[in-house]
Write a protein of this length. Structure first.
Length: 116
């Protein structure tokens, strides 16, 4: 199983390297379109290899998706936390009630009743 994982990682790495080599030409990235940039008299741009733009877009997309999903699941996490607190409270109450029920009895009889 470990070799299959290494093989998959190697194939994925080779594919990334192939994409990077095939897309190493420089492209110009502009913050705002050139028509709009004329209104503000600024045109911030940068020259980058295309593969960096592709990989950067993939990384930004993954991060946005992770944050979006984390925010979306907030209600489920809050509900699970509330249920865990309630479970701990009920377990403490059951332990307290069992202790009160067997108070003043012989320990062996209390253990036998508790087991059944």
């Amino acid at each position: 199983m470990r070799y299959i994982r290494y093989a998959c990682i190697a194939v994925f790495g080779a594919a990334l390297i192939a994409v990077a080599i095939a897309n190493r030409g420089l492209v110009s990235l502009q913050l705002i379109p050139s028509e709009v940039a004329g209104w503000f008299a600024v045109n911030p741009s940068i020259q980058l290899p295309l593969f960096l733009v592709i990989f950067g877009g993939i990384i930004v997309g993954l991060l946005v998706g992770f944050v979006w999903e984390w925010i979306r699941e907030h209600t489920q996490r809050a509900e699970a936390s509330r249920q865990a607190r309630e479970l701990r409270r009920l377990q403490r109450e059951v332990a307290r009630l069992k202790g009160e029920k067997h108070e003043g009895k012989d320990e062996v009889i209390a253990m036998l009743e508790q087991a059944s």
